[in-house]
Write a protein that binds this ligand. Structure first.
Ligand SMILES: [Zn+2]
Length: 348
């Protein structure tokens, strides 16, 4: 019971909390770049969970979720929690998704201590944090120019991942493939149960997304028995999507969305309009799929073939999924004085 945990040059004993700055390397300015890790050790043993944000440097909702977690008391914590608010500090400085050498950190895992700067960040995170954990949660937003409905993603290949996603209670759970070199792929290779949370858009704080994320992490901790259980947690089933497809622009032009996030759509339904910038012709964007709108472009200028609406396929009727999403939104709404899924671009 007196087992110490070493991270960087610090030892933590059960019941201890603190912050460690793990040196990664020097930037062009000669400034040292550190990976900051907040460590929470329970007095009693249990799972060891990591929560990471900012793997993409322009994704702020996860950073805010991490900040909320750091402020949490975690009374009665069993096991250990590592929170890394900004994994990709080099990209964060640039307000960019990508590293200074334009690489995507989330394609460089598990990394290499003698590799590129990003590869060293990945290796440090793997060796000091992920490698010491039994479970993981990675927080993301949509890439630049897109917005996502709050959703958890998992590949369903490692036992326990689906249960974690269920416990998280995001409006939607999406079964999604895994990219080589991603943090998620490294966790899968370690057979580590793992959930990815996606919500909102890059470079913009979205308070409902942050609320869903922070509550989701706490719910997962209760599910893992790291925190005392609450009956209420079972009352928030996510809508489940087996797969997803993009509806693309049939022509180029000026795009207007007519359908907000979280809405059920049918094949052939009009989702938006693309106007000819040189005349007054307009063409409708019709859905090729039935399902739920999980994400969408936020751009108004589109070329033919651009991805416009991300549609999740549900096994249940899409209308039922929409009801679930609306219910889960209403759970968060009383705290907030504005529409749940920030979607100012949609005309409805
Ligand atoms: Zn991301």
């Amino acid at each position: 019971m007196n087992e110490s945990l070493t991270i960087g040059d610090r030892k933590f004993y059960p019941g201890e909390r603190g912050v460690v700055d793990l040196p990664v390397g020097r930037l062009v300015s000669h400034a040292e770049l550190d990976l900051r890790v907040h460590v929470f050790r329970g007095k009693k043993p249990g799972p060891r969970l990591f929560v990471t944000a900012g793997v993409h440097g322009d994704e702020l909702n996860g950073v805010e979720i991490a900040r909320k977690l750091i402020a949490h008391k975690f009374r009665g914590l069993k096991g250990d929690l590592f929170v890394v608010p900004v994994v990709n500090v080099a990209a964060f400085l640039l307000r960019s998704r990508y590293l200074p050498d334009r690489r995507d950190l989330n394609r460089l895992f598990p990394g290499n201590a003698d590799g590129s700067f990003g590869s060293r960040i990945a290796r440090t995170l793997m060796d000091e944090v992920v490698g010491q954990c039994s479970h993981g949660i990675d927080l993301h937003t949509a890439a630049g120019g897109r917005i996502n409905l709050p959703q958890t993603r998992m590949a369903d290949r490692v036992p326990g991942s689906r249960e974690m996603a269920k416990a998280f209670g995001a409006p939607v759970m999406l079964k999604a493939g895994i990219r080589d070199g991603s943090l998620r792929a490294s966790c899968e290779n370690k057979k580590m149960p793992y959930v990815l949370f996606e919500a909102g858009e890059a470079l913009r704080l979205d308070l409902p997304a942050v609320t869903f994320g922070a509550r989701g992490v706490i719910r997962v901790m209760r599910h893992l028995e790291m925190l005392p259980a609450r009956k209420k947690d079972q009352e928030l089933p996510s809508a489940f999507c087996d797969s997803s497809r993009w509806v693309r622009a049939g022509v180029g032009g000026i795009f207007r969305a007519l359908i907000p996030l979280g809405r059920a759509v049918e094949v052939g339904q009009v989702l938006g309009v693309i106007g000819d910038p040189m005349g007054n012709e307009e063409s409708e964007v019709r859905s090729d799929y039935s399902g739920i709108v999980l994400g969408r472009t936020t751009g108004s200028l589109v070329d033919e073939g651009d991805a416009l609406f991300h549609i999740g396929q549900t096994r249940a009727a899409p209308e039922r999924a929409e009801e679930r999403i609306t219910r889960s939104a209403e759970e968060v709404l009383p705290d907030l004085d504005r529409p749940i899924f920030r979607d100012a671009h949609a005309d409805q």
